[in-house]
Design a protein around this ligand. Structure first.
Ligand SMILES: N[C@@H](CCC(=O)N[C@@H](CS)C(=O)NCC(=O)O)C(=O)O
Length: 228
């Protein structure tokens, strides 16, 4: 399999899952956003977005779906939740919640506060989606008050997908507003060897490709906050 990836983008979910599963893969790290900076992405994904995972059965472009599929292909690793299990509703809910509810509002915050050219920035939009994201963390915080993982009483790819959303929150500068239970969960999850191997893999691949090793969100934030 070949993963098309940008530093700390949502494709990191896939990279982390591949590392947790100890699967062989080829990693192609691209400058962000690839749509503008590396047109090779269009050879695999007409949207120009990452992740794009080339599998023996076609290309997948949704990070949570890819994680679900990888876990399903390797049930012996125990990173998924089987159809019919009583934990399945929570598992699917967290896989989807991670991207649609917890990640998407952050992309609006990032875009309209940091990534757009100054004349196209929208402070009100950024502020509204900052509050939206922080408000939407209530469900996760309430569950983690009594559980170490989001579902099934064990680590699954749902934790990978949710943790990525929190980690993006850290990159965009919102982690100081996380409840202590969220900060503790993020620290536990990022302490995993699989997370660390994935971080090392993307760093090595970025260096080999002559690209920056910092997250684009962190670079954009530093550039804007330094001049304001
Ligand atoms: N829902 C998709 C979103 C994919 C996506 O939008 N990826 C971003 C990186 S996090 C991207 O490639 N953005 C570049 C662009 O929009 O040009 C997923 O979860 O994988």
């Amino acid at each position: 399999m070949k993963l098309w990836h940008c530093m700390d983008a949502r494709s990191f979910r896939v990279l982390w899952a591949l590392e947790e599963l100890h699967l062989p893969y080829e990693l192609e790290v691209l400058a962000f956003p690839p749509r503008s900076h590396d047109k090779r992405i269009f050879t695999v994904n007409p949207l120009g977005t990452v992740p794009a995972l080339e599998t023996p059965n076609g290309v997948m472009t949704e990070s949570s779906a890819i994680c679900e599929w990888l876990a399903e292909q390797h049930p012996e690793a125990g990173l998924g939740v089987a159809v019919g299990s009583p934990d399945r509703p929570a598992y699917l809910n967290w896989l989807h919640h991670a991207d649609t509810t917890l990640t998407f509002p952050q992309t609006l915050y990032l875009r309209y506060r940091y990534l757009e050219d100054p004349e196209r920035r929208q402070p009100q939009v950024a502020e509204d989606y900052r509050r939206w994201f922080l408000g939407r963390l209530k469900l996760l915080a309430s569950v983690l008050e009594t559980q170490a993982f989001v579902c099934a009483g064990r680590f699954t790819v749902a934790d990978i997908c949710v943790t990525y959303a929190l980690s993006l929150g850290e990159d965009v500068g919102l982690a100081a507003d996380f409840a202590p239970v969220l900060q503790a969960y993020l620290a536990r999850m990022t302490d995993r060897l699989g997370w660390q191997r994935a971080k090392a893999a993307q760093r090595d691949a970025a260096r080999a490709a002559g690209l920056a090793t910092e997250a684009p969100a962190q670079l954009a934030r530093a550039a804007v906050d330094d001049v304001s």
